[in-house]
Design a protein around this ligand. Structure first.
Ligand code: UVW
Length: 340
C-alpha cells in the first residue's frame, strides 16, 4: 500500500478489515473449507444454467443506458473474416472460419456488479468535504477513472471485476423462493418476511454462502420475447426493502459473500424515501457494494433450478459463477451454473 486511503470509514463499514488494499470484500470469507462444504451439496450431478440468453431483455426500455449486444465482423480479403475459406499456396485447404466481435454492455443482462459499480459522496478524509469514494476508500477520478475525469478513461484501476474473477467464485448457493409466496405480484420484502420464508423453507444461511433470490422477474422477461413491457416489469415481482435497517444488519451479520437475484436491482428501485439532507438512492447497493464489499448479481435466471429444488425439498446447491476476467470493468455478464 502506498498511503492510507481514508481517515474515516462509513458507519457499519468493514473497510480495512480484510487489509488496507483489499478489493474483493466479503469474498474473503469463501474459504477452501466452505468450498468443500459446497461441493458436498452435489448429490445428483445435475446442472442448471442460471443466466438469461445475454441478448435479453431486448431493446433498452428497461434501462435506457444499457443496450442490446451488437456484433461486428472484421474485413478479410475482399469480404469478411466470416465463412472465410482458409487458403495456402496450393489452394488445397478446405477449412471455413468465422470470427466475431461484440459491443456488450456489461450490465445489460445476467450480470455481476463489481465493487466499482456504486460508490458514495462521502467525507473519507474527515476534512468536512465529501469525495467520490468506493469500497475500502478507493477514489472516483483517481482509482476509478471515467471519460469525465481524464482524457483517456482508464476504467476501474481498482475494484474492477477481474478481482472477483480471480477470487474463485464457487461456493454454496441458498435459494429463497419469493416467487412461491408472491407469484408475479409486486412485493417489497422486509427482514421479517425474509426470515419467515427462510424458516418456512427450513433453510439456513451460513457465512460464505451466496444468497440467491428467486422472484420470477427473469421468467417474465423471457416470456416477453425480447419486447419488454417496462410498466408491467417495474410493477411486478418481489424486491428487497433496502431501507429496512434490520435487513441491512442481517446482511452484515450473516457473513454472506454475495446476493444474486433474478430481478433488476435486487432491491426496490426507486427505494422508499430516505432521511437527511442527502442519502443513498440505492440503500442496499450502498450497504453491500460500498460499505461491505458484497457483490451483487442481477437478472439471473432461476426458474428450472427453483422447480427442481421445490420438488426435492432442499434449497442449497453448488454455485459456480465467475464473471469475465476483464480488467477495468465495473460489471460483467455471467452464465452461472448450479450443480445439485
Ligand atoms: C443501477 O444502476 C440501477 O444499478 P444495478 O445494475 O446494480 O441495478
Amino acid at each position: 500500500m502506498t498511503e492510507k486511503r481514508w481517515i474515516r470509514r462509513p458507519e457499519g463499514a468493514n473497510w480495512g478489515d480484510f487489509g488496507p488494499d483489499d478489493q474483493v470484500g466479503r469474498m474473503n470469507l469463501l474459504t477452501p473449507e466452505r468450498r468443500l462444504r459446497a461441493i458436498r451439496e452435489v448429490t445428483h450431478g445435475q446442472t442448471f444454467t442460471l443466466s438469461l440468453p445475454l441478448d435479453y431483455p431486448g431493446g433498452n426500455s428497461l434501462f435506457e443506458y444499457r443496450k442490446e449486444p451488437r456484433f461486428f465482423h472484421e474485413r478479410r480479403g475482399p469480404g469478411h473474416n466470416y465463412n472465410f475459406r482458409l487458403s495456402n499456396v496450393c489452394g488445397c485447404f478446405s477449412d471455413i472460419v468465422s470470427d466475431d466481435a461484440v459491443l456488450l454492455y456489461t450490465q445489460y443482462s445476467t450480470q455481476w456488479d463489481a465493487l466499482s459499480h456504486v460508490g458514495q459522496l462521502f467525507d473519507a478524509d474527515s476534512d468536512g468535504m465529501v469525495e467520490k469514494v468506493y469500497y475500502n476508500g478507493y477514489r472516483g477520478g483517481i482509482d476509478i477513472v471515467g471519460p469525465d475525469d481524464a482524457p483517456k478513461a482508464r476504467g476501474a484501476q481498482a475494484l474492477g471485476i477481474e478481482n472477483l474473477a480471480t477470487s474463485g467464485v464457487q461456493g454454496r448457493g441458498v435459494l429463497v423462493d419469493l416467487e412461491a409466496r408472491h407469484g408475479r405480484n409486486r412485493a417489497v420484502v422486509s427482514y421479517d418476511e425474509l426470515m419467515t420464508i427462510l424458516d418456512e423453507q427450513h433453510a439456513s444461511v451460513e457465512p460464505g454462502d451466496f444468497l440467491c433470490l428467486y422472484t420470477g422477474f427473469a421468467d417474465l422477461i423471457l416470456k416477453m420475447g425480447k419486447r419488454p413491457d417496462r410498466e408491467v416489469l417495474l410493477s411486478s415481482c418481489a424486491v428487497l426493502d433496502g431501507r429496512d435497517e434490520r435487513l441491512l444488519n442481517w446482511i452484515t451479520d450473516s457473513g454472506i459473500v454475495a446476493i444474486c437475484a433474478d430481478n433488476f436491482a435486487v432491491e426496490a428501485y426507486p427505494a422508499k424515501e430516505g432521511s437527511g439532507e442527502t442519502y443513498p438512492g440505492l440503500p442496499l447497493h450502498n450497504h453491500c457494494l460500498f460499505k461491505l464489499g458484497i457483490h451483487l448479481g442481477e437478472l439471473w435466471y432461476f426458474a428450472e433450478l427453483a422447480q427442481w429444488l421445490r420438488s426435492n425439498e432442499r434449497w442449497s446447491f453448488l454455485l459456480t459463477a465467475p464473471p469475465l476476467r476483464l480488467p477495468g470493468a465495473v460489471g460483467s455478464p455471467a452464465t452461472p451454473i448450479a450443480t445439485v
